[in-house]
Design a protein around this ligand. Structure first.
Ligand code: ZN
Length: 486
């Protein structure tokens, strides 16, 4: 039941620099260039290297800002072709080094070595992981179809500028700047006209129901099965969760937020608003702490307590409201350990709101892919653990006046079980509620968003809506007597 250590929290943030695609691209290009020009740099020939970097900066910024999600990444080959037509052919040895290092980093270092140390996948994981890297469409560095054309162009341009500088043909850099103009125009047009699949956001704050003075429920318990893809959940054999679905209300079109990264989704679920307001825009967090009130703040206002149990990353958003479990653990023990700790917290602290993140399903998706049986087995394991947890609470009488919400924070796509850009399998998540005030056997077809989690919890526990809560209360699930309009 080990908590995440301080070292793990810092290491998790450090790893994100290499794991998230945006910071990875520049770090990787600089690293490759340093290795390639190591001899010259050792001999003190630093000037062309640095000037080359300076002149390449606009392209670095452009490729940091625009991430070319899903099929937009195909268009990244246009600048490469443009480059080959306009400029001297690139240094193929440099490209070879870049490609080699990239696949070494993703397939071996991350996909095999790192996962072995962290969750004990076996040493042959690269035999599967290479397929996932090639296919992956998320916003991580493992998205080969985005990263390859990005770093190949950056390497070619930087090295090309160094060549003109050493040949004393400084004026030629003008042609590079006009080239950047073309790449910028392409990026802008693509993102402006073709990037149209972001979920629609609620414009106004939660106002459809007055937060009641009295709480409806004594407790709300939320179990988030991280990264559980919806159709795979239906395919898995999950008798206990299926039973809960029957006893409660299921949302058939529950949409996650964009970008569908874990820290972003949790921050939205428990503040009721979007990344532009809560400030968590990826798993890579530059500034700790959400910028708006959370459901925990709301509960404090009415003298209630909330607790979240999850992996170290969630501390970046919710600070002391989170108790952590270490994510460095054998993949077959992670969820078992989380549930043991969850029971302990219920016994010792007995919070009014308790949120538990089960991480095993997401981990297996990322390390082994979602289209394999191992992924279904993890969902089935989660089913058994939820059963054990809920039945224990029932025997203690703690479920009598409790609403239980089960959901995923996002689905997972076909690649490295990746998620972020809302590829197929990511957007709609399993979501169902059960409890004394929740309708039985209800299926809600209307599209709803995970941001509604927060106002719904506030409503059930009689707390004010957090400052920026935007979603409507999920009132379709509430029995008539619980669903008081103003
Ligand atoms: Zn997640």
């Amino acid at each position: 039941m080990k908590s995440a250590s301080k070292f793990e929290k810092i290491a998790a943030r450090g790893w994100n620099l290499l794991n998230e695609g945006k910071p990875f691209t520049p770090i990787f290009v600089v690293g490759t260039m340093v290795l390639f020009h190591f001899q010259d740099l050792l001999q003190g020939d630093i000037f062309p290297f640095l000037i080359g970097l300076l002149f390449t900066l606009p392209l670095f910024i452009l490729y940091f800002y625009y991430d070319f999600p899903l099929f937009l990444r195909n268009y990244l080959w246009i600048p490469i072709i443009g480059y080959l037509l306009i400029f001297d052919s690139p240094n193929l040895a440099l490209w070879g080094l870049g490609i080699g290092l990239y696949f070494f980093f993703t397939v071996f270092f991350w996909g095999t070595f790192y996962y072995h140390l962290r969750i004990r996948t076996d040493w042959l994981n690269f035999t599967r992981f290479w397929k996932l890297v090639l296919k992956n469409s998320d916003s991580t560095s493992g998205n080969a179809q985005e990263q390859l054309p990005k770093f190949l162009l950056l390497l070619a341009v930087w090295d090309g500028i160094m060549t003109i500088l050493s040949a004393d043909e400084m004026f030629q850099t003008i042609s590079y700047f006009s080239f950047y103009g073309g790449v910028f125009a392409l990026a802008f047009i693509l993102h402006y006209f073709l990037f149209d699949w972001k979920p629609k956001q609620y414009e106004s704050f939660t106002d459809d129901l007055h937060a009641p003075e009295e709480s409806r429920n004594e407790k709300v318990i939320v179990i988030v099965i991280d990264g559980m893809r919806k159709e795979r959940f239906y395919e898995a054999n999950t008798p206990f969760l299926d039973g809960l679905v029957e006893k409660g209300t299921e949302y058939l079109n529950m949409e996650t937020v964009y970008p569908a990264r874990t820290v972003v989704c949790f921050s939205s679920m428990f503040t009721g608003t979007y990344p532009k307001e809560h400030g968590m825009k990826s798993n890579m967090v530059w500034k700790l702490g959400i910028k708006v009130e959370s459901i925990f703040d709301s509960l404090r206002k009415v003298g209630k307590t909330g607790k979240m149990l999850g992996i170290a990353h969630l501390v970046d958003s919710f600070g002391k409201d989170v108790e952590t479990v270490t994510a460095v653990m054998h993949k077959d023990q992670a969820d078992r350990n989380i549930m043991n700790k969850a029971k302990k917290i219920m016994n010792e602290q007995d919070p009014d709101l308790f949120i538990v993140q089960l991480i095993g399903t997401d981990q297996i998706g990322h390390s082994r892919g979602v289209l394999y049986d191992e992924y279904l087995e993890k969902i089935e394991e989660a089913d058994a653990l939820v059963k054990e947890f809920v039945e224990e609470l029932e025997s203690e009488g703690k479920m009598d006046n409790t609403t239980l919400i089960i959901c995923a924070d996002h689905g997972q796509a076909d690649g490295i079980g990746g998620h972020g850009h809302l590829d197929e399998g990511e957007r709609y998540v399993p979501f169902f509620m059960v409890g004394p005030g929740i309708k039985q056997g209800e299926k809600v077809q209307e599209k709803r968003s995970l941001v509604s989690m927060t106002p719904t919890i506030a409503y059930l526990l009689g707390a004010p809506y957090p400052s920026h809560s935007r979603g409507p209360v999920l009132k379709e699930a509430l029995k008539e007597s619980w669903n008081q309009h103003e």
